[in-house]
Design a protein around this ligand. Structure first.
Ligand SMILES: C[S@@+](CC[C@H](N)C(=O)[O-])C[C@H]1O[C@@H](n2cnc3c(N)ncnc32)[C@H](O)[C@@H]1O
Length: 270
């Protein structure tokens, strides 16, 4: 991960914890359920961020189990630690996914939500997950993507979108695509969101040594209540928006330094 992205997370870690608790919890629960995390399991959450998935797993492993969340951003890990009671069961450790400082065959389950595409070397990270899993261990990855076009979920979602557009008079806004679209229209110097298509991801998982690979789609949708919440959601979870906001701040800060008369420059809205 580049320094810019790491700094981007540092600036939003507290908000990230709040926003993902509201929006990603059902997906964290789906990951844990698909991995059949159960009593006594040793679970690793890679790219744990503010620890949403690790906490969800901790609810299932009981006192004999163990959950370790790893991430490269200390700011995100600090948020993760602040949300769990201190104890032997759950720990959060700073280490890169590509070189896990963990013994071979240590974990029954490895989980990773919305993180693999952010790793500098996803293939190396997947090999590491394979190394630290026991033979027969389970890996469940969650990556963003639309429902397959020809699936029940795909058709239902697309019909739902059309109906909501009709109902709202054609003004249904969807985050974080809305802000990313605006930035593109304005020709903002955008850092693209990390992306790895489903086929490419499956190929990487396979070449890391995993067998019996299954894929499925699950979604979660909700309505934001206020314009502020809509804005916050986008500038927190969208990589291009986070990077754009960090650059805007630097630009404003340098203008203030070189020209004190622009003392009333406005901060980009939060
Ligand atoms: C989009 S966040 C997802 C966080 C969390 N899994 C969630 O769903 O809320 C991606 C996370 O991957 C972490 N990350 C990026 N590159 C990494 C690497 N090479 N090793 C470990 N963590 C990394 C980031 O610091 C960030 O916390």
């Amino acid at each position: 991960m580049g320094e810019a992205e790491k700094d981007g997370y540092a600036a939003v870690a507290a908000t990230y914890a709040r926003v993902t608790s509201r929006w990603s919890r059902p997906l964290a629960a789906a990951l844990v359920s698909r991995a059949s995390v159960s009593h006594g399991d040793h679970v690793l959450d890679v790219g744990t961020g503010t620890g949403l998935v690790a906490r969800e797993a901790a609810d299932h492993v009981g006192a004999e189990g163990r959950v370790v969340g790893v991430d490269i951003s200390e700011a995100m890990l600090a948020e993760a630690r602040s949300a769990v009671p201190a104890g032997p069961g759950v720990s959060f450790v700073r280490m890169p996914a590509e070189s896990l400082d963990l013994p071979d065959r240590e974990f029954d389950v490895a989980l990773s939500l919305f993180a693999v595409t952010h790793f500098a070397d996803p293939a190396a990270a997947l090999r590491e997950m394979h190394r630290v899993l026991t033979p027969g261990g389970r890996l469940v990855l969650g990556a963003g993507g639309r429902a397959p076009l020809l699936s029940v979920a795909g058709v239902t979602r697309r019909v739902g979108r059309v109906l909501s557009l009709v109902e709202s008079g054609g003004r249904s806004l969807i985050a974080p695509g809305f802000l990313e679209g605006l930035l593109r229209e304005e020709d903002a110097p955008l850092r693209e969101a990390p992306h790895l298509g489903l086929r490419a991801l499956v190929a990487l998982v396979e070449s890391a040594g995993f067998e019996r690979i299954l894929t499925s789609w699950c979604g979660h949708e909700g309505e934001v209540e206020t314009a502020e919440e809509f804005w916050e959601l986008q500038v927190t979870v969208s990589t291009p928006a986070r990077a754009w906001r960090a650059c805007s701040r630097i630009a404003i800060a340098s203008r203030q330094t070189t020209s004190p008369t622009i003392g009333d420059s406005r901060e980009v809205p939060q």
